[in-house]
Design a protein around this ligand. Structure first.
Ligand code: 26V
Length: 840
């Protein structure tokens, strides 16, 4: 290995002050030399990939480059693992079924300060770094906000030198690739591993055996204690795949460990020899299905057996890995809470609670009370939703079949919990029924959010409003029973990926103004407030925005044949397609604008030229969401082909919105659409990314929008719509969408136009289900917020007409949103929940 990879860094105390958690991060050695990098790159190309430079494909070069970057990080990674195993600090084990990582190459180059060296070294070899960047396939191992949040958090933890391991599943197929056929979503498998996966390190020798099924037996142990024993029915192997998680410029490399399911034996040779080839591999196929594919549903749990298998598979492997490989020998289990906190990312990993109990009771022979006391200190739970249908429940039937011992344990936890509730509140049967971990209707089931709440030392929501509603509406009895257990940690996003990498020109402009420290101390963006008043700075900022629009246009041109005009307002709504997020409200606005101009009632010159951009995947089984995608495409086609609105209105819906596309879209946006029905979006994180890139928000008082508006100020935010209490009141009184339709001419014209078949070649039946949903059956009250939304959009238009004032607002948005760094979120978790200080 060349000396650059092992050169040790002198720790440099950062200028933030010693109490700042980021302040003590050691900084890596000066960048490697160009010559050294060239040698390493060619070595990898020749000796690892077996090709000469002249014969190599772009993919070969990409793989060789990735390996080179890895090699530079390797010494640090190994050293950190060794040091941490000696120091034995308290470690965060982040348990998440999803990690939406985005591309790795650029991030790892940046973290290791290798970008310039690599660019030069590759140029010396006649290779363009840009071309290699573009070939990387992002690991789409998540659905949306929850998975991306996990990726931001592990980036921040590494950057803050906090001992942590991310645990999850190495899905062979991530979130589906979306295409449109005749405007309708078609899903294709995402075979992200097809061209090789240079960032992972498989360790088949370290596989864990994970059991399922079978039955339990009672027996009396040598001490006369009655115990249970699980006799499983079948096993699979969990093979760890390790990924580096490099901190930004601090020389730290943490680990993300994703598990792959592999059969315990590849096939039955006797059956194979008898000629039944399919039967011979059946068991293997069954076992390996567990990590085959990510479930693409992002809100309504289906109660599918394979999903529960996935959940248990990865948490059982993770707990066992932590206890056996990370914790080390000779640790008294009573001390476990001082060594680990398992953070439950939503309910998906909650089966970890009875699993830890099972290990402590059945394998480590603790008695119940000791095991439970330990378990209750080792878990904390984050809830990411408010929609009742998104709260996971497992039928007792299924759970008992797949994990019989765990069901026993859950029953006992519930028994003791309800006993304590009775002691406190008396025989209030209504309350007992409401609080029971076991629900009875419509079938007997385990309520995973309740189990997590009972077991967790802390329970948090992901934005102020969400945490408040969680306490008051979703789990009020629990809040009363466990004072102090509930808390809030507002989400955040990593400024490394979402500003520094995604928006390099803005990053340079900020650094020019404020110096380099903002990337790890985002509150420093405050310093931009003064620059908002500086015409020269505003001009530079406007130039960056324009150049980001050109860059987006180039990307979309190659990708989808779309062109983005620099002098259009770029109005962007990107997020999963869900009724509660209300893409339909956006459609109604577009149709209103279109109808006004097309009918001649509104002069085209009276509206600001705008390009509306959508990005959204619908869960494959979510029919209404898919209809809405179809409608957006249909409206886009008509609008884009109508000469009456040419140069004024344009609708773009690039397919397959993902992290990579987000990184191009967000820096180019002028307007960020955050228009969920108040009380339904737990937080949102796209909203933060847009604001931090200088887009203004048009939004409801929902999720983290509330906090964004408080910080940026009403003058720099377009608020509209009902508040959460107003939503509740209207719903209680009886929401009558037809009244809104009758009373608002613009609304009626927009809906009538859709209903008329104007966007479906005259076929009125195509979008009829959408129209009747809006008029008769809409839980998310789109029509109730329509007029207020249209009014807000008029304000947007008026504001955009004054470009200089708009730019000032955009800069103020950036300046005031430093709070939304995921470093701050991590600090909150550390201070209030985990108590895991940085270890340098
Ligand atoms: C539920 C299910 C159910 C079954 C199959 C797969 C699956 C995957 C995810 C979920 C939970 C959805 C909850 C979720 O993604 N919440 C989002 O979390 C973001 C990060 O906290 C937050 O910003 C969004 O507002 C919230 O919707």
């Amino acid at each position: 290995m060349p000396e650059e990879a092992t050169a040790s860094a002198a720790p440099i105390v950062h200028a933030l002050g010693a109490t700042h958690p980021l302040a003590l991060a050691p900084v890596t050695a000066p960048p490697a030399s160009v010559d050294g990098f060239v040698r390493e790159f060619l070595h990898n190309l020749n000796f690892e990939l077996g090709v000469s430079l002249s014969a190599s494909s772009v993919n070969d070069r990409y793989l060789a480059l990735a390996q080179t970057v890895r090699d530079y990080l390797m010494a640090r990674w190994l050293d950190d693992q060794r040091r941490l195993s000696e120091i034995k600090p308290k470690t965060v084990c982040y348990l998440s079924a999803e990690y939406l990582l985005g591309r790795q190459l650029d991030n790892n180059l940046l973290a290791a300060r290798l970008t310039d060296v690599a660019t030069e070294a590759l140029a010396a070899c006649g290779v363009s770094l840009e071309e290699l960047r573009e070939i990387e396939v992002e690991p789409g191992l998540g659905n949306g906000g929850l998975g991306r949040l996990a990726a931001c958090f592990i980036d921040s933890l590494a950057t803050m030198s906090v001992p942590s391991i991310g645990y999850g599943i190495r899905y062979e197929y991530g979130i589906f690739r979306q295409t449109f056929v005749d405007g309708q979503q078609v899903e294709q498998p995402d075979s992200w591993l097809r061209l090789g996966s240079p960032w992972e390190f498989p360790h088949p020798e370290a596989a864990q055996t994970i059991s399922f099924g079978g039955h339990t037996e009672k027996y009396v142990d040598d001490d006369g204690v009655e115990r249970s024993r699980w006799i499983p029915g079948w096993n699979v192997l969990a093979v760890p795949y390790n990924y580096m998680v490099p901190g930004y410029h601090n020389g730290r490399v943490n680990t993300l460990r994703l598990w792959r399911a592999v059969a315990t034996s590849s096939f039955d040779l006797r059956v194979f020899n008898s000629g039944d080839y399919e039967e011979a591999v059946r068991a293997q196929t069954y076992a390996e299905n567990i990590s085959k594919v990510l479930y693409p549903e992002d809100s309504t749990p289906q109660g599918k057996e394979l999903r529960l298998q996935q959940q248990y598979f990865f948490v059982a492997a993770s707990i066992s890995d932590f206890l056996e490989n990370v914790l080390g020998d000779g640790v008294e289990l009573e001390k476990l809470p001082s060594r680990v906190i398992f953070q439950l990312n939503d309910t998906h990993p909650v089966i970890a609670v009875p699993e830890l109990m099972r290990v402590l009771l059945d394998e480590r022979r603790l008695d119940w009370d000791d095991a439970w006391a330990i378990t209750q200190q080792c878990f904390a739970y984050t809830c990411h939703t408010l929609l009742p249908e998104a709260l996971e429940v497992w039928s007792v039937d299924l759970l008992g079949r797949l994990l019989p011992r765990h069901l026993e344990i859950i029953y006992r936890i519930n028994e003791e919990f309800l006993e304590a509730v009775r002691e406190r509140f008396g025989d209030d049967e209504m309350r007992i029924r409401n609080m029971s971990i076991i629900g009875e209707h419509p079938y007997r089931s385990v309520r995973m959010a309740y189990l997590a709440t009972v077991a967790g030392a802390k329970v948090n929501g992901v934005a102020e409003l969400h945490s408040q509603l969680l306490r008051d509406k979703v789990l009020p009895d629990f809040d009363e029973f466990y004072p102090g257990k509930f808390t809030n940690v507002t989400n955040g996003v990593t400024p490394r990926r979402f500003i520094r990498l995604a928006n390099p020109d803005l990053a340079s402009l900020i650094t020019e103004a404020l110096g380099a420290g903002w990337t790890i101390d985002l509150e420093r963006l405050r310093g931009l407030e003064a620059y908002a008043e500086d015409p020269e700075f505003r001009a530079k900022f406007a130039a960056v925005k324009a150049s980001n629009k050109r860059r987006l246009s180039d990307v979309l041109h190659v990708r989808d044949g779309f062109d983005v005009s620099e002098d259009h307002m770029l109005d962007v709504m990107v997020k999963r397609l869900h009724e509660y997020k209300r893409q339909m409200l956006k459609v109604l606005h577009i149709v209103t604008e279109y109808e006004g101009i097309a009918s001649g009632r509104v002069a085209a010159s009276a509206v600001q030229p705008r390009t509306f951009v959508f990005g959204a995947k619908a869960a494959p089984g979510y029919i209404m969401a898919k209809r809405i995608i179809h409608l957006i495409n249909a409206v886009g086609k008509v609008v884009n082909e109508d000469p009456r609105v040419e140069g004024r209105l344009k609708v773009l819906f690039p397919p397959n919105y993902n992290v990579t596309l987000a990184e191009r879209l967000i820096p180019a946006a002028d307007l960020s659409e955050q228009i969920s029905l108040a009380g339904k979006e737990a937080s949102g994180t796209g909203n933060m990314k847009f604001a931090l890139n200088g887009a203004l928000t048009v939004g409801t008082d929902d999720g983290a929008n509330v906090e964004i508006r408080q910080l940026v100020g009403d003058d720099n935010f377009f608020l509209f719509g009902m508040t959460e209490p107003e939503v509740e009141a209207l719903w209680a009184k009886g929401y009558r969408p037809a009244d809104f339709y009758q009373q608002d001419d613009d609304l009626r014209r927009a809906i009538d136009l859709i209903a008329s078949g104007a966007f479906s070649d005259g076929d009125r039946s195509v979008f009829e289900p959408i129209v009747s949903n809006l008029l008769y059956d809409d839980r998310f009250m789109v029509l109730a917020d329509y007029s207020s939304y249209i009014a807000a959009q008029a304000q947007v238009d008026a504001a955009y007409a004054d470009q200089d004032a708009w730019t000032r607002s955009a800069i103020l948005n950036i300046a005031r949103c430093g709070f939304f760094s995921s470093d701050r979120s991590m600090r909150d978790y550390i201070d209030r929940i985990w108590h895991t200080p940085p270890v340098l």
